[in-house]
Ligand binder design. Structure first.
Ligand SMILES: *[C@@H]1O[C@H](CO)[C@@H](O)[C@H](O)[C@H]1NC(C)=O
Ligand SMILES: *[C@@H]1O[C@H](CO)[C@@H](O)[C@H](O)[C@H]1NC(C)=O
Ligand SMILES: *[C@@H]1O[C@H](CO)[C@@H](O)[C@H](O)[C@H]1NC(C)=O
Ligand SMILES: *[C@@H]1O[C@H](CO)[C@@H](O)[C@H](O)[C@H]1NC(C)=O
Length: 375
């Protein structure tokens, strides 16, 4: 039975009166990140800039679960952001580049392929030419500028904005995976990538500070996923020697260690920010541990026993081929996405996102759990 432990947990919580569940409310969510959170910005951006990138998330089978039609999400169904909006009784958060601009209840600035660092700078510094997403130029700072431009439609004076954003939740991340994927698939070794980790984390920390100065009081800061378990890297490094792998999961250890390094610096930065801004509530959300747990014990959580095989894809060890991806003709989808952890080779299924969401909402993988984080 699927995720039994959590459902029993929520059932018990329901019986115990909790003062905390009564007093928290959020009037809006503002979200920054990449394809794990994008709800339509990438498609709008590509169309607006006329980039020669073929879209996939506007095609079947994307969105087949829950939405029953392509919903511009890199998923079969809902993302963690969608589950959060549902939890707080808000409508799904509008992507910033959407035609209809109604941001009173929040805006989503996340764009698939987005990096923390400015991609133009990365290319200049390291001669990185093999971009994951050619022509996309959306860094975290770029998303923050969008937020600052949009703010005027919600509030004017500093005081008014502070009042408005007191009841908002700001979600900063997950972001950073693309920076690393970009460098690693361009041939940099983990050792060569290491010096960038503190720079990437510092840039995320500055983004958090900027949001606090705008009036942000509650911030959710997710770490990054175990990159050594991502199909994209598993396939690119398929000829790696036997000793590179974690034999329990089949993930590549050195990339997971890079994720751990990023996450440990990010957690340290969050702790420092909490001290510096005691009037704020900054939640560190662990993306690594819950996902790794699913991969390690797939059957326990109702998933099929080959956790790294993707639901929607074609061929190869992991049912994934970079040249023929989900959404393209003749690429098939699994019978039951809720039995798969990975959806399309980079992204997770709704079932995985839901498990992670629940582990952040009530614990144990968010510090503090979201429901305990009201001010
Ligand atoms: C979009 O790009 C294509 C080729 O890449 C070009 O043929 C077309 O005219 C462009 N459309 C616009 C509106 O710029
Ligand atoms: C990047 O490439 C240019 C031209 O190929 C070369 O002149 C430059 O030295 C390279 N920079 C680095 C950091 O490798
Ligand atoms: C990308 O954006 C940065 C600012 O965010 C800008 O400095 C740079 O010129 C842009 N690059 C391209 C290729 O548009
Ligand atoms: C991936 O797809 C391409 C294009 O269809 C094909 O040529 C290639 O052999 C495939 N690779 C694998 C590993 O199946």
């Amino acid at each position: 039975m699927k995720r039994t432990d959590l459902s029993i947990f929520s059932f018990l919580l329901f019986l115990v009166p909790l003062h905390s569940t009564q007093s928290y409310t959020y009037n809006s969510i503002f979200s920054f990140g990449d394809s794990y959170t994008d709800t339509g910005n990438f498609n709008a951006y590509v169309l607006a800039k006329n980039l020669s990138i073929s879209l996939t998330t506007d095609k079947w089978p994307y969105g087949q679960t829950f939405f029953h039609h392509p919903a511009d999400r890199f998923c079969d169904g809902r993302l963690i952001l969608d589950f959060l909006a549902e939890e707080f009784g808000l409508p799904f958060i509008e992507p910033y580049l959407a035609k209809k601009q109604r941001f009173q209840q929040g805006a989503n600035f996340a764009v698939a392929g987005a990096t923390v660092l400015d991609p133009t700078e990365l290319i200049k510094q390291k001669n990185l030419t093999k971009s994951a997403v050619t022509g996309l130029n959306v860094s975290l700072n770029f998303q923050l500028k969008w937020f600052e431009d949009m703010k005027g439609s919600l509030c004017h004076s500093k005081k008014e904005c502070r009042n408005y954003f007191t009841s908002s939740m700001f979600i900063v991340g997950e972001i950073g995976v693309n920076d690393y994927l970009y460098m690693l698939t361009n041939g940099l070794t983990v050792t060569q990538v290491h010096p960038y980790v503190p720079i990437i984390v510092e840039t995320i920390a500055s983004a958090i500070k900027r949001l606090i100065h705008q009036g942000g009081r509650t911030l959710l800061v997710p770490g990054i996923v175990p990159m050594g378990c991502l199909t994209q890297l598993l396939t690119a490094f398929e000829r790696d020697e036997y000793s590179s792998y974690d034999h329990e999961t089949g993930c590549i250890r050195r990339f997971n260690m890079l994720s751990n390094y990023h996450n440990s610096l990010l957690l340290k930065a969050v702790k420092e920010l909490r001290v510096k801004y005691p009037h704020t509530r900054i939640i560190y959300a662990d993306y690594y541990k819950p996902l790794f747990r699913l991969i390690k014990f797939p059957k326990r959580y109702g998933f099929q026993p080959t956790p790294l095989r993707v639901c929607c894809g074609k061929g190869g060890k992991y049912n994934w081929n970079f040249s023929e991806v989900c959404g393209m003709p003749h690429v098939s989808v699994c019978h039951d996405p809720s039995k798969y952890i990975f959806w399309d080779g980079v992204h997770l299924t709704e079932a995985s996102y839901q498990y992670i969401f629940k582990s952040w909402l009530k614990g144990p993988y968010a510090h503090p759990p979201i429901l305990d984080a009201h001010l």
